[in-house]
Design a protein around this ligand. Structure first.
Ligand SMILES: [Zn+2]
Ligand SMILES: [Zn+2]
Length: 217
């Protein structure tokens, strides 16, 4: 998920398709990566940040929970070795806690939510909130989200799951938060066909798709 305001470009997570996604979207500049959590479907593309190091001739800042930054240093140990092989990704790690911070021209509110027993981060940028891989959003996190005009939220499938909202649960959260424009993401193939599921959704809620562009102003 890429956020840009004409000045600053941020990307949330670098899954296995990161390289292909950046090529498809024609992304030439990346100012920072914000990581939600360390699961491979959110992190496996991190090595391809090196293309941006090469193009922009600078290190790329990576924000995440301290636990997640530790995992990155283990799983991509070669990028943090004292003597580095030429061409490895150049990553600068910064802890994102629960405090608001500004990156370039973009204001970022990390939102702590739960993915079964794993704390993960969602992020709010202005009137837009992005939450993936959650199945519990506590009262404090709900207060940060409230007032957003746009919400992207995970909805895995109709059947119960230990660490993701089901379709019904996600609809319940979207309604409770009263965000007018909601898009579901992180859908499993078990969800059913896009066109059929969309017919079941209340007004203001839709399924997201690859390449979706949301203009927030
Ligand atoms: Zn996950
Ligand atoms: Zn995931």
């Amino acid at each position: 998920m890429l956020v840009e305001d004409g000045e600053t470009t941020l990307v949330v997570d670098a899954g296995p398709d990161f390289r292909q996604q950046m090529l498809r979207a024609g992304v030439k500049n990346l100012d920072a990566l914000l990581i939600t959590h360390e699961h491979k479907d959110h992190l496996a593309g991190l090595d391809d940040v090196r293309a941006f190091n090469f193009l922009q001739k600078k290190h790329i800042p990576i924000y995440g929970l301290p636990r997640v930054l530790e995992r990155i240093q283990v799983e991509y140990a070669y990028a943090f070795a004292e003597k580095k092989y030429p061409g490895v990704p150049q990553l600068d790690l910064y802890p994102a806690t629960e405090a608001f911070f500004e990156f370039g021209s973009i204001k970022v509110w990390p939102i702590p939510v739960m993915h079964a027993r794993l704390p993960v981060l969602g992020y709010r940028f202005g009137n837009f909130t992005y939450i993936t891989d959650a199945n519990h959003i506590g009262p404090e996190a709900r207060e940060i989200i409230r007032g957003s005009d746009f919400l992207v939220l995970n909805a895995l499938q109709k059947e119960p799951h230990i660490s993701h909202f089901t379709l019904e649960e996600a609809i319940g959260v979207a309604r409770e938060l009263e965000v007018p424009n909601v898009y579901f993401t992180h859908m499993s193939h078990k969800m059913g066909r896009h066109k059929l599921i969309e017919k079941e959704l209340p007004p203001g809620i839709q399924l997201a798709w690859d390449g979706l562009i949301i203009r927030t102003s």
